[in-house]
Write a protein of this length. Structure first.
Length: 66
């Protein structure tokens, strides 16, 4: 299910996102969703979890001593 949200962006960030979306022949909404999904996928690969997702535990804290 899709949920509508309100998002505030710096004017320059918005314009850059619009340009990138146009380059990829995407809508701005689709571009933002694709970029966000890519970042979340990297979070899973790098950390083994998605912050805030139920059922996926947060990795153990990294030790500061070695």
């Amino acid at each position: 299910m899709k949920t509508a949200i309100t998002l505030r962006l710096d004017t320059h960030v918005l314009e850059a996102a619009r340009q990138e979306a146009a380059r990829d022949s995407r809508t701005l909404t689709n571009f933002i969703e694709v970029v966000l999904k890519q970042r979340l996928r990297r979070s899973i690969e790098d950390n083994g979890y998605v912050p805030g997702k139920p059922g996926i535990s947060e990795p153990a804290a990294r030790s500061t001593t070695q």
